[in-house]
Ligand binder design. Structure first.
Ligand code: HEM
Length: 396
């Protein structure tokens, strides 16, 4: 009986593993079943006025899946799709396999799974709700650094699927896409990673594949939630909503290799070992943009990424960076195909994200080695409170 199997889920599988555990396959002792607080059994709350996966401490693995609506999808179809996904996501995130799951054992490892759903302009059109679409919900303006490839651009719907176990991510993506097949087709899928839990001390900032500590200066959403979220008291359509920008940024690691350590640190304005600003000692020291060296030159150069990436005269031009590394099979003749899935959340794309991307387009030494090759903007509706489906407060 399926139900009792599922409720007994983790324990049943654990028992089986131990029963088989007599003969060691790998050259170490058989490991006992994970404790309930093990990485795989940890869960994130699904229900709430805001969707999970934004202020959630980033999990190790992410898949960003952009989907296009089939031409016959209308308002009622969207509601059906969102009801299906809401049920699937709630179950998966709590380690309970969804009803239509053909691999329920894979659904028994939540590993802090979150699935964050976003809408492109087509959802508002299909729902007949164009009047509610935010003005910023459109492709970003063109930047001179861009070399965008259509295969990584735009999309009608996005799923950001994150977990601390990549099998969990793969299973969730497969299930959610399969359950939506009569409504959507897959447009692109970008897979990313950070450090696996346990491989670095808790709280360590991630490193990107250029070797830099990346993600140090991010807003504290406990203090400034308005940088990301529309207020809980906003209209029903907006309460708890935000926006997601996904930029796929390729890194040229071959030419980056030609640069010495000093040059690499000057390009960013931070040290490679600790991530500290060139004017400080510790990672979280505040960069002193006015400090000068013995020659009277600013220690953090005019072209340094951290100087260009902020505008202290416009503190509202900040956003949450929640990106992931990618590392794909290189093209023939190439050594690597690596970069960042640069994902940001902000309350308003036009007033927060675009001005900073423009500054970096004008001047940023990192542009020598980094190239945006994909770009997409999504509206992220508020979360599903008890009894609601995702997107309900917008769609009804
Ligand atoms: C900071 C790397 C693209 C915005 C940083 C830092 C590094 C870094 C190492 C310093 C540590 C930190 O505070 O996180 C990169 C790489 C990129 C990239 C490798 C491309 C592959 C971008 C883009 C934007 C951006 C496209 C914005 C559109 C920022 C901001 C900060 C930052 C806002 C914090 C600046 C501060 O307030 O001190 N980035 N970055 N970065 N980056 Fe980037």
């Amino acid at each position: 009986n399926r139900r009792s199997f599922l409720t007994g889920g983790a324990a049943a599988i654990g028992g089986a593993a131990l029963a088989l555990g007599g003969r060691a396959v790998w050259d170490e002792e058989p490991v006992p079943m994970p404790a309930p607080d093990a990485v795989g059994q940890a869960t994130e709350e699904f229900r709430g006025i805001r969707q999970a996966g934004v202020s959630t401490r980033p999990q190790a693995f992410a898949s960003f899946v952009a989907l296009d609506l089939r031409s016959d999808v209308d308002h009622d179809a969207l509601v059906r799709l969102m009801r299906i996904w809401t049920d699937d996501i709630e179950r998966l995130s709590q380690g309970r396999a969804p009803l239509a799951d053909t691999e329920p054992e894979l659904g028994a490892v939540p590993a802090r799974l979150t699935v964050t759903v976003g809408y492109g302009p087509a959802v508002f059109r299909a729902a007949g709700l164009e009047r509610l679409a935010p003005a910023w919900l459109r492709p970003l303006p063109a930047f001179t650094v861009d070399r965008l490839e259509d295969r990584w651009n735009d999309g009608d719907v996005v799923l950001q699927v994150c977990a601390d176990d990549e099998t969990t991510v793969a299973h969730a993506v497969r299930l959610l896409v399969k359950d939506a097949r009569t409504f959507v087709t897959v447009r692109w899928l970008q897979r990313g990673f950070r450090s696996t839990p346990g491989s670095t001390p808790p709280g360590t900032t991630m490193r990107n594949l250029m070797g830099q500590v990346d993600g140090t200066r991010n807003p504290d959403l406990g203090v400034e939630p308005e940088l990301v979220w529309q207020p809980d008291g906003a209209s029903d359509a907006l309460a708890g909503s935000t926006s997601l920008v996904v930029r796929r940024i390729a890194m040229n690691l071959d030419t980056w290799d030609e640069l010495d350590r000093d040059g690499r640190e000057k390009a960013v304005g931070r040290r490679l070992d600790t991530g500290a600003p060139l004017t400080g000692r510790k990672e979280h020291d505040v960069p002193d943009l006015d400090a000068v060296d013995a020659n009277g030159l600013t220690v953090i150069a005019p072209f340094a990424h951290v100087r260009r990436a902020r505008d202290d005269e416009h503190p509202e031009q900040r956003f949450l960076r929640r990106g992931y590394n990618y590392d794909e099979a290189p093209a023939p003749g190439e050594l690597s195909s690596s970069g960042l899935i640069f994902a940001t959340y902000q309350a308003d794309v036009d007033t927060q994200f675009v001005p900073i991307q423009r500054r970096l387009d004008e001047l940023d030494l990192l542009n020598e080695w980094t190239t945006p090759i994909g770009s997409a903007v999504f509206f992220v509706p508020g979360g599903a409170r008890a009894g609601e489906y995702l997107g309900q407060r917008l769609l009804e």
